[in-house]
Ligand binder design. Structure first.
Ligand code: ATP
Ligand code: MG
Length: 487
């Protein structure tokens, strides 16, 4: 992998880095008008500052969250990991105040939201839980349109937005919009949950173990989709997970917590893997930190082998002749839309007269957005030690081999990231004063605010107030350069 490749590798992670200083709109009103319309002027992420926050349940002595100060940069994905009961969910739910902090402050963008109306706050914050948390008696379309409806959008606009979001989460709108949640698979429910959380285009998305309830293959796809969506939308996403590999794959930053939401380490996946703060973090990472770094690199970033292509109905002998000329020993069969359907060795082809047209369900297939880790999994399961790579719309892109992946490991070890980290501690200290500029009137305009109170676990999102400096970033530090690299 070249130097350049490594930059590309970080780009999905870092796609949004630096967006914090730029806003899509110049005033709160404009923002409200523009957001939620056919793909233009979408609301990007806002920074979050959890400032010296403590949560004590029922007057308990031991706090569930103990004087936590955490700076969450705008437009990035922050992963929370830590043992069960350490306070991840409590911390997450305090961000949208589904749980009220006992002490401390919450700053969203440049607005202190500790005391504002909770329903109103939750319209700026999408919320996704396991299995999507969909309302069972409502159709997919009604579930997704919930918040827009509350915000008083007209029917046509809601319907358009529903279809647009279904497309975004890779569900065919005609097939799925009128179904009920029970008529969907777990992965599909999860997708609808994400669509619902994004419906009113909130700058912040909170996710609590969103992919915990689906099988590994579906989880991998959903993760890839989230990365795709994020590269388009640049939201600020805070996501709880039990799976360290998931944290490495999705996170721009990982916060490793111990009991009482005490921060043990808060850093980039690269740096945590290369330099775990202590044994606790090492145990969390588990064995094979080197291999886990493969979760940082994507299939589309490495050199692929072009391979030989064949087509259904073609003479098998002719194809074998073609393979012989190229020095390969197999051919990938693609359909009329260039999507791989079979992968046949010379031996297999020599027993055939014409190339078959059916889809081989066992075909080892990975996407360009898959991580090298996922690719390695797929290859090891396939007896070939290689996998076919598909790109946009399932089109054939090439073949990836175990050797390519091994070379990538060597390259990844050479990578030394920069030294900016957001603030994260339990001492109640912010080392450098966090700069907050005055915002324009902070979103007091929408008339439907607080009209209905929310089901505690429902996804609520909405108002699209912008802020002048949504990074809320500490003054005097240089978090990212313009290209979005971490170095
Ligand atoms: N409503 C509540 N009343 C009292 N204690 C609670 C309540 N909710 C959570 N707790 C306690 O607060 C602590 C943190 O809980 P939290 O749900 O935040 O943990 P978590 O890190 O999300 O755990 P898990 O990984 O198991 O989901 C736990 O000790 C839990 O028992
Ligand atoms: Mg939890």
């Amino acid at each position: 992998m070249s130097e350049n490749t490594r930059n590309n590798t970080t780009s999905s992670h870092a796609a949004s880095q630096g967006v914090g200083t730029e806003q899509t709109t110049s005033s709160a009103d404009e923002s409200r008008n523009d957001a939620n319309r056919g793909g233009e002027a979408r609301q990007k992420g806002a920074s979050i500052l959890i400032e010296n926050v403590t949560k004590r349940y029922g007057g308990g002595k031991k706090p569930a969250v103990d004087q936590l100060t955490l700076e969450i940069p705008a437009g990035q994905i922050i992963m929370f990991v830590g043992p069960s009961g350490c306070g991840k969910t409590t911390t997450l739910k305090m961000i949208n105040r589904l749980i009220e902090p006992t002490e401390g402050r919450l700053i969203l963008g440049d607005e202190d939201v500790t005391k504002i109306n909770g329903d109103k706050l939750r319209r700026k914050i999408g919320y996704v839980i396991q299995a999507g948390g969909l309302l069972p008696h409502m159709t997919v379309a009604s579930n997704i349109g919930l918040v827009p409806k509350m915000l008083g959008w007209d029917k046509k606009r809601i319907a358009e937005r529903v279809d647009e979001l279904l497309d975004l989460v890779s569900l065919d709108a005609d097939t799925y919009r009128n179904r009920y949640p029970r008529e969907l698979s777990g992965g599909q429910q999860q997708r609808v949950g994400v669509a619902r959380a994004l419906a009113a285009d909130p700058p912040v998305l909170l996710m609590d173990e969103p992919f915990g309830a689906v099988d590994p293959i579906t989880r991998q796809r959903l993760q890839d989709e989230l990365i795709n969506i994020q590269s388009e939308l640049h939201k600020t996403i805070v996501c709880v997970t039990h799976d360290f590999d998931e944290a490495v794959k999705l996170g721009d930053w990982i916060a490793v917590f111990d009991e009482g939401a005490r921060i043990v380490q808060y850093d980039t996946p690269e740096r945590i893997l290369a330099n775990p703060a202590n044994e606790f973090v090492e145990n969390f990472i588990g064995s094979g930190a080197g291999l886990k770094q493969l979760g940082l690199a994507r299939v589309g970033d490495v050199d692929l082998i072009s391979g030989v292509l064949g087509h259904p109905g073609q003479s098998a002998r002719e194809l074998v002749g073609h393979i012989d000329k190229t020095g390969y020993n197999s051919a990938v069969i693609v359909d009329d839309r260039e999507r791989p359907i079979q992968w046949l060795s010379k031996e297999q082809l020599s027993r055939m007269t014409t190339v078959p047209s059916h889809l081989d369900k066992e075909l080892p297939l990975v996407g360009t957005r898959s991580t090298l880790n996922d690719a390695l999994d797929t290859m090891l399961v396939a007896s070939t030690g290689e996998a076919v790579v598909e790109g946009a719309r399932g089109r054939y892109r090439g073949i990836i081999t175990v050797e390519t992946v091994m070379n990538a490991i060597t390259e990844l070890r050479r990578y030394t990231p920069g030294d900016y980290t957001p603030v994260g501690n339990n001492t109640g200290e912010i080392p450098v004063t966090v700069q907050r500029t005055n915002s324009e009137a902070s979103g007091d305009a929408e008339g439907t605010a607080g009209a209905e109170s929310q089901d505690a676990d429902a996804s609520v999102a909405g108002d699209t107030t912008s802020s002048a400096d949504p990074t809320g970033r500490a003054a005097g530090r240089e978090p990212w350069n313009e290209s979005g690299d971490r170095s």
